[in-house]
Design a protein around this ligand. Structure first.
Ligand code: ADP
Ligand code: MG
Length: 356
């Protein structure tokens, strides 16, 4: 693949990078105004920049081997360039002047696997712009501008979790985030543990419709319980008055929020693993967003020595599983599990740790 110099016939003036993320605990809680706990993954997206010599922005993605040129004043664009142009336009709306740029993207974050390559692209873009132009913006603003870019210019109605995780967390820390107040705390990663993320190989076909249905059920449950959002319920007993299936849905949200809150006071890797296991049971039985291959994969992980806990991560109906495992053992455990998973008739692949 061509380097910056070959694509733009000049050298980069600056560069910055940002990681992808995985959510460890707090699933389907964000649209209930609740709590989430993502961490950064080792894979990163890097953005290199220089000033353009004409009146156009030029963006190149190494992964897509695609170059897009956009007139300085052209309001919108499509595809990967919309995330980047979105960041530029959001900065301009805030009052900054952004000159025409050459921008080169390269990344090891898998695209479209739920590890938030989109937020990594936005945060890396904004960080490199901050560096090149000496912009007076902080890491929280970078997350907020990235989210606005994705909503307004890429047309994705995303929450703030992904950009906050990419901007504030690293692989040694977890980001506790209250999605209602944006109160946050960077917490140390459980001692002696590392993460493993395996894609189940199951496409998330029903994810869209199932997701919207669950959102509706949560809203209905909150209304019947006379609260603004299920986040306002702390006692799982309170949901018992609801009719099924709203009772089970609300119970997941209330217990899941409580699980995330428990981590705030500091927990061991063993306790953290138990919370992840309980989260999966709740997502499977109460929230009903798991599917048999995910349950198989999670069960295989949970019964493997060296694994503290495992659960599905993301919206469910397919996608990936995350596990907390003993430090230094992720590679070996992943290979063992993938073979067993294959023998059960499925085909998964390892997302984290990075296979190079
Ligand atoms: P996820 O964020 O889970 O990886 P999304 O669908 O939200 O999945 O974002 C993926 C999109 O982000 C890609 O289709 C592409 O438009 C853009 N993107 C992310 N990383 C890159 C990259 N390295 N090069 C070009 N586009 C990228
Ligand atoms: Mg995304």
């Amino acid at each position: 693949m061509p380097e910056f110099q070959q694509v733009f016939d000049t050298a980069p003036q600056t560069e910055a990078s940002a990681p992808g993320r995985v959510n460890l605990l707090g699933e389907h809680t964000d649209y209930n105004d609740g709590f989430v706990l993502p961490t950064a993954i080792p894979q990163r997206t890097t953005v290199q920049l220089s000033f353009s010599s004409d009146s156009q922005h030029h963006f190149y993605s190494q992964e897509l081997d695609q170059k897009v040129s956009i007139s300085e004043n052209h309001p919108t664009t499509e595809g990967f360039a919309s995330y980047i142009l979105g960041c530029i336009r959001v900065l301009e709306t805030t009052g900054y002047t952004i000159p025409p740029l050459n921008l080169y993207v390269t990344s090891s974050v898998p695209m479209g696997s739920g590890l938030s390559s989109s937020a990594a692209l936005e945060v890396a873009t904004l960080r490199s712009l901050r560096k090149l132009l000496n912009l007076n913006i902080d890491d929280i603003q970078i997350a907020q501008f990235g989210q606005q870019a994705e909503i307004q210019y890429a047309g994705v109605q995303c929450g703030i979790m992904d950009q906050m995780a990419s901007s504030l967390a690293d692989t040694n820390s977890m980001l506790f985030l209250d999605t209602r107040t944006l109160y946050r705390r960077v917490l140390p990663f459980p001692a002696g543990a590392e993460i493993l993320v395996i894609d189940s190989g199951v496409p998330r076909k029903l994810a869209g419709s199932g997701y919207n249905q669950r959102r509706g059920e949560c809203e209905e449950g909150a209304k019947l319980l006379k609260v603004k959002a299920l986040r306002d319920i702390a006692d799982p007993q309170a949901v018992e008055i609801l009719p099924e299936p709203l009772r089970r849905r609300a119970r997941h949200v209330v217990t899941e929020n409580n699980r995330v809150l428990q981590v705030l006071s500091g927990v061991s890797a063993i306790r953290f693993g138990e919370l992840m296991n309980a989260s999966h049971t709740s997502l499977r039985d109460d929230y009903e967003v798991s599917v048999p291959p995910l349950d198989t994969l999670v069960a295989m992980l949970q019964e493997t020595p060296g694994v503290f806990g495992a659960r599905l991560t993301g919206a469910g109906f397919g996608g990936a599983c995350v596990a907390l495992v003993e430090e230094g053992k992720a590679d070996a455990i992943a290979c063992n599990i993938l073979t067993r998973y294959e023998n059960a008739g499925y085909k998964g692949h390892i997302l984290v740790p990075e296979i190079t």
